[in-house]
Ligand binder design. Structure first.
Ligand SMILES: [Fe+2]
Ligand SMILES: [Fe+2]
Length: 127
């Protein structure tokens, strides 16, 4: 099932929202491509693309928050580190065949939506 952009996802910061929109699109695209291939190396690169974008986004989001003089960037950074660890854990399970791609995508959707709606909004809307 495709993840669709919702107004609820908006933080009000145009750069953060732009990156979140790209992330939603990337999750959907990787989901489609992953299902369509049996090439293990390609599958790994798709997961790597997601991980790298998440890592980039987290750093960029922290820099944007710092440039806006928002408080709580330190604890938000801590959350981002935990989220990356969670991602790596699930990606590892997927690679080992302990979870299905559908389960991985469900995790990814909850992971993205949960953080964006509750934690990113809290950071950016506290202005
Ligand atoms: Fe974010
Ligand atoms: Fe965040």
């Amino acid at each position: 099932m495709e993840l669709e952009w919702q107004l609820d996802f908006e933080t009000g910061n145009e750069y953060v929202d732009l990156q979140h929109r790209y992330f939603v699109d990337l999750i959907n695209r990787v989901g489609i491509n992953f299902r369509e291939t049996n090439d293990a190396a390609y599958k790994e690169k798709l997961i790597s693309e997601l991980r790298k974008y998440a890592d980039f986004h987290f750093t960029s989001e922290e820099n944007i928050a710092t440039s806006c003089n928002l408080s709580g960037v330190g604890s938000h950074h801590q959350r981002h580190s935990e989220l990356l660890e969670e991602f790596n854990h699930h990606a590892e399970d997927l690679k080992k065949g302990l979870t299905t791609v559908d389960e991985f995508l469900d995790f990814l959707t909850d992971w993205f939506v949960g953080h964006t709606i509750y934690e990113d909004q809290k950071l950016f809307k506290a202005i």
